[in-house]
Design a protein around this ligand. Structure first.
Ligand SMILES: NC(=O)c1ccc[n+]([C@@H]2O[C@H](COP(=O)([O-])OP(=O)(O)OC[C@H]3O[C@@H](n4cnc5c(N)ncnc54)[C@H](OP(=O)(O)O)[C@@H]3O)[C@@H](O)[C@H]2O)c1
Length: 323
């Protein structure tokens, strides 16, 4: 009897410790409950992971959501799931491939026709550790998906954004790994960049570019009262790791599972800072900042280089045919 009690107490203690660490690693939860009725939200890549949870959390607050998918059949299944789960019929899936400028123009045309204004743009879609390949527009796939496609989308949607609207970029702490940025080479597809460090670098560069662009955008949009936020969601268990060799190998994946279960966030946990920047009145006076765990943090020195952000903006306009 005494032995059974001791065993139960040990199990309970271990479960509590596990719960404590899982909660702690998961980060804080957004405690702002403002409603979003009559707000129109555009979110890229909400077919899985963080984007899907963010779309659901925002739809729960009454917003109209336009989310994007590359596989439209899969997208419609998700649209129906979200409508049923949130009891909000104003959720629409539209086709968008960030790796094709024509698709971005077509998507923007649709938004322009369907909506009077947009109140929140969440640039969420992204890839990590993608095998190097060239997009139809002749850029590196990671660079265009994570940065350049979102640059074009944001620039084209800017006239549609209402005063006091918000723009959120999903950045990453990985941007700290980018120690320099060569604008002559960063956008180009490099067939040699197959190794792990090259793929990491390509991801880090794309997230640095998002931060540089968000600073530039924040300056330009200040007068219109449009606020810009960059978010690091933390390390989150999603399908973004599908190309990562350590998680593609089933044995290595199984070995890492217990530790990943504790330290890697769930998509719900990863969505919290995005939600905070989307709804919290506390950030309504802030723009151009980088957030993690619901508070603004200092990003890398390079990401705050004014000259570099202006040069990147000029190059991006040329690359996307805006000039
Ligand atoms: N998970 C993490 O640990 C982590 C950490 C830091 C930052 N982030 C950032 O958070 C964002 C969301 O990532 P996640 O972890 O939720 O990944 P995820 O589950 O893989 O979701 C990524 C989304 O992006 C979409 N997408 C990919 N390529 C696209 C393209 N060419 N055009 C349009 N959509 C495209 C995907 O759609 P398909 O279904 O069509 O592929 C999917 O909906 C990313 O920007 C990522 O860099 C994630």
């Amino acid at each position: 009897m005494k032995w059974t009690l001791l065993k139960s107490a040990t199990c309970l203690g271990a479960a509590l410790i596990l719960y404590y660490f899982k909660k702690r690693c998961g980060g804080p939860v957004c405690r702002c409950f403002s409603r979003l009725d009559n707000k129109i939200i555009v979110i890229t890549g909400a077919t899985s992971g963080i984007g899907l949870v963010v779309a659901q959390l925002l739809a729960n607050r009454g917003a109209s959501i336009i989310f994007t998918a590359r596989n439209i059949d899969e997208g419609i299944v998700i649209q129906n799931y979200l409508r049923a789960a949130t009891k909000n019929p104003k959720i629409y899936c539209k086709y968008l491939d960030l790796n094709d400028f024509a698709s971005i123009h077509k998507f923007v045309l649709h938004v322009n026709q369907a909506c009077s204004t947009v109140d929140l743009l969440i640039n969420n879609a992204g890839v990590f550790f993608h095998p190097p390949s060239e997009t139809v527009n002749k850029f590196d796939v990671t660079f265009q998906t994570n940065y350049l496609g979102h640059f074009l989308l944001t620039e084209l949607l800017l006239p549609k954004l209402a005063a006091s609207s918000r723009i959120i970029f999903l950045s990453s702490a990985a941007h700290f790994l980018a120690k320099s940025l060569d604008l002559k080479t960063v956008a180009a597809f490099d067939p040699e960049a197959v190794g792990s460090s090259a793929r990491f670098q390509s991801y880090a560069n794309s997230k640095l570019c998002l931060l540089l662009y968000s600073k530039n955008l924040a300056r330009r949009c200040k007068e219109r009262n449009i606020n810009v936020y960059s978010v690091d969601p933390g390390s989150v268990e999603t399908s973004i790791y599908r190309h990562f060799p350590f998680l593609r190998n089933p044995i290595l994946k199984a070995l890492q599972r217990p530790i990943r279960f504790i330290v890697v966030r769930t998509p719900f946990q990863g969505a919290q800072t995005v939600l905070h920047c989307a709804v919290s009145p506390h950030v309504s006076k802030e723009t151009g900042l980088y957030y993690s765990d619901l508070v603004s943090k200092t990003p890398s020195d390079l990401s705050q280089d004014f000259e570099l952000s202006t040069q990147l903006y000029d190059c991006s306009r040329r690359w996307t045919g805006l000039v």
